[in-house]
Design a protein around this ligand. Sequence first.
Ligand code: CTP
Length: 426
Amino acid sequence: MAQPKVVLGVSGGIAAYKACELLRRLTESGHDVRVVPTESALHFVGAATWSALSGHPVSTEVWESVHEVPHVRIGQAADLVVVAPATADMLAKAAHGLADDLLTNTLLTARCPVVFAPAMHTEMWEHPATQENVATLRRRGAVVIEPAVGRLTGVDTGKGRLPEAAEIFEVCRNILNRHGRTAGAAAPDLVGRHVVVSAGGTREPLDPVRYLGNRSSGKQGYALARVAAARGARVTLVEANTGIPDPAGVDVVHVGTAVQLREAVLKAAADADAVVMAAAVADFRPAVYAQGKIKKTDDGGAPTIELVRNPDILAEISADRALPGQVVVGFAAETDDVLAHGREKLRRKGCDLLVVNEVGERKTFGSEENEAVVLAADGADTPVPYGPKEVLAEIVWDLVAPRLRSVPANDSEKSVTRPDFTAPAE
Ligand code: CTP
């Protein structure tokens, strides 16, 4: 198979040095990468570095090798263009279709997916001009990754950091996989949508040192969040106890318990087009939280722990949709009679789709791979053979996308407010 052709655009920000790591990851994983820096980018990292790391000549302007028509050919030939870092100036140029150097020409001629990974000071990122440019680019189908929060140049901290190279690489890889799979129809199909994904496993504290937990790693939920971001969605990931770094371009809310997870999911779901509950939510929690560590007693006895029911978040959001036409997806891990239990659970929970996994050796918990059947409320079953969690994530979004209401949530009526949940008395 031909090597996927990637154009790495680098604009003039201090984070340009991090693009070297992105370049290395792209080339080492079999991509043919052309680096197209701007003139200002070369103040931070020189042409020799880009050329040596990519194995291609590097130019910033359109007047070199004119006979090869580089201002058109590079963009036309690309399978993916990723601009990292994308400065405020570069986003403005791209949004307005300016073409005064090789990179901006390339952006105008590219017909493949385009990813921008912005990096700048918080004030520049938050400026209405930048925000409008970002909105314009997203509306046209570009994937603009949300900047990370953290240390910026000098003493400043805030939103505006370039996400880690590994994270930008994941976004690119997902987009290229999808592009390959859908042969041409790669326009991100979740642009303008807000989706909520829960991931991980809740922990229900017993005392200051102990909790009731489960073995969910959160990897499937993260794959769902990453893939949705790559398909252009605004993603809120509500994560419980995974320890996985925040994915690029995703708003992450960290929670611990089922009650916290419910609160965060309901809040985010208020204006969401789709909610995917991949988290393993504890069905029960200790009735009493011991303020001090529960100690052994001398009589050799063991304490009895009384449990109370946790809210069933999936059933609740399915029964009481924050917006008409919101698509709700659940997950179920079953050990036997998988399909029968899955169908019964789909009916009981009232969601639109239920991804049913069989729990067993190598499968599901902690593994990079998964095998499942996606059951739909309208009767269709989609078997997903054993494979990477990203592939299952793509299939879930493939099934969600046609079920989404025609008007994205953000363009229509405002969200509703829900009453506070009171845990059922046991
Ligand atoms: N879930 C939820 N709230 C809970 C428990 C589960 O929202 N309190 C969601 C999970 O995120 C998952 C789905 O429900 O999407 C399936 O969870 P599971 O625990 O398998 O279902 P149960 O209703 O607990 O069924 P059972 O106890 O019969 O296995």
